[in-house]
Design a protein around this ligand. Structure first.
Ligand code: FE
Ligand code: CA
Length: 529
């Protein structure tokens, strides 16, 4: 156990004189003269409630470290409940869960400007190893989190297990999927986005809702913080973060449904929508285990990045929201020439260039592209031939998809695996150079995860699955249940176990494997396990 007084002396030394005066005025001079012990200052609690109410998290593993995250929020639904002063937070990382062997420790400052969140970028750890971490502040101690560093650069790796999840709607179901992810103790978890939903409280209008959002639709930084506060108070979500490092990405609902770059779905002038986007992006940064490289700058934030897992996985995170062109033909299900306009972009010119250069240097056995919306073609074979493809996904950006697949082919990036979410159903698909010709080259595979809870209980399969299956022979697996994907990568294969829950409107049900696909290295395409 650390001595809180000692930790405060050192941490306080890093606060400015002005910070110290503010802290003293809020906590009483005794806060400085005699630092907090046993959770109180002169008998007064330092915090108005447990400050680690939103749990802890780690993310973006490198061979020598991870990012540690927490946010001090004794009252997360009431503005956080923190005094508006910088507050020192002590962190420690150990080689064992009992903290007998502490590997590193230090202090960070939780600042009001960032909602009293802290992001600690660790270095100096050993590669490919489990660690445990926790925080201390004001005499209180956080939950313990487990994390794992990435294997050494280029080192041989026998196997990695990772989870893929997304779309956790607080109102439409319990987060049982997150609880089952926690029990998997993955090497890492990739989040495909829709971590929160921005909609107002349903207010009991819909019988299918098991609980309610607090408040109206979210627009301001305070609104987004409160929404994250509500979601991250969920014990299953806290458990998932405590179990493994997350590699996070966002989709639309962290900001606004189906936004595209600077355009929301309501026709708001871009300059005005960007004010909302800036609030959403800042709140996202504040609540995720992201590195300083992703620090927000107004309405911009760079979340595309690349991580390496020894010689096994080259993992690229893409952002398909911030720089995309507007959805073609007014969005929705369409079949129109605009979707084939080569001037339109999904990634934006800069990110696309960055990705295409990186693909030429991919050397690991598996080239994984973790992103949000599915890239394979999905013909809805609607009665209305004008309503055949989803304009919010890569089908609405067909030339951008062709550029990506062509680049994967010409660089020979080994064994491409695309990850996606967004549509609240599981898919496993083979990626085809030409989706109208089943004999055309197979570029790689894609695993699309269903939702944690968005959409409620779901069904065994989508309503028109039989038509979709016959019109889309490259789709190898489908389930319309809730859950996540458990992937196992080895030098010889990549296996996806599609985990499903029979219901999410009933809490804590067991998870089962709905189906499994396997890809053999060097042989594009998947087959049932
Ligand atoms: Fe979603
Ligand atoms: Ca989405």
């Amino acid at each position: 156990m650390l001595n809180p007084a000692g930790c405060y002396d050192r941490a306080l030394a890093r606060l400015s004189r002005r910070d110290l005066l503010k802290l003293a005025s809020v906590m009483g001079a005794a806060a400085l003269a005699r630092p907090a012990t046993a959770g109180s200052v002169q008998g007064r609690p330092f915090f108005t409630g447990y400050p680690f109410s939103l749990g802890v998290a780690s993310g973006d593993p490198l061979p020598d470290g991870v990012v540690l995250w927490t946010r001090l929020a004794p009252r997360p639904l009431e503005g956080g409940g923190m005094p508006m002063v910088p507050v020192p937070v002590e962190w420690e990382v150990a080689r064992d869960s009992a903290f007998r062997s502490v590997a590193r420790k230090g202090e960070a400052i939780a600042r009001p400007e960032l909602g009293h969140s802290v992001h600690v970028e660790l270095g100096g750890l050993e590669p490919g190893r489990e660690y445990w971490y926790r925080f201390h502040a004001g005499g209180e101690v956080s939950q313990v989190g487990r994390t794992k560093t990435a294997p050494a650069a280029g080192a041989p790796v026998d196997a990695l297990r990772y989870g893929v999840c997304g779309c956790s709607h607080f109102e439409t179901g319990y987060f049982t999927g997150y609880r089952r992810i926690a029990q998997e103790a993955f090497d890492f978890v990739f989040h495909t986005g829709d971590y929160i939903y921005e909609s107002r409280a349903d207010g009991g209008r819909n019988d299918g809702r098991v609980r309610q959002h607090q408040g109206d639709e979210i627009y301001t930084l305070d609104d987004y913080r409160r929404r994250y506060g509500q979601y991250k108070s969920d014990p299953d979500l806290i458990a998932a973060h405590r179990s493994a490092p997350f590699i996070v990405s966002w989709d639309d609902h962290e900001t606004e449904n189906n936004y595209a770059g600077e355009l929301d779905e309501n026709g708001t002038p871009p300059a005005i929508f960007l004010l909302r986007r800036a609030a959403a992006y800042q709140a996202y940064y504040e609540h995720m285990p992201l590195r300083a490289a992703s620090f927000p700058s107004g309405p911009h934030m760079r979340i595309y990045r690349r991580l390496h897992f020894g010689d096994l996985i080259d993992f690229t995170v893409l952002d398909t929201r911030q720089w995309r062109s507007d959805q073609a033909c007014g969005d929705g299900l369409r079949n129109c020439p605009e979707a084939h306009d080569a001037a339109r972009t999904m990634l934006g010119a800069e990110q696309e260039r960055w990705l295409f250069e990186n693909l030429a240097t991919a050397r690991a056995r598996w080239t994984v592209l973790g992103q949000q919306v599915y890239s394979f073609a999905r013909d809805f074979v609607n009665v209305n031939p004008e309503a055949r493809f989803n304009m919010d996904v890569w089908d609405g950006y067909a030339p951008a998809r062709n550029r990506l697949y062509s680049r994967l082919t010409e660089t020979g990036a080994p064994n491409p695996v695309v990850l996606s979410g967004d549509v609240h159903v599981h898919f496993g698909a083979d990626l085809k150079m030409d989706y109208t010709d089943p004999r055309s080259a197979t570029v790689g595979v894609e695993f699309t995860n269903t939702s944690i809870s968005a959409g409620g209980d779901g069904a065994e399969v989508a309503a028109n699955w039989e038509q979709i299956r016959s019109a889309n022979p490259h789709i190898r697996y489908h389930s319309a249940r809730r859950g996540y994907i458990a992937c196992t990568a080895t030098p010889s294969s990549m296996r996806a176990d599609f985990k499903v829950l029979d219901r999410v409107t009933v809490n804590d049900l067991p998870v089962r494997i709905g189906g499994s696909l396997v890809v053999e290295a060097g042989r594009p395409g998947s087959h049932p396990a």
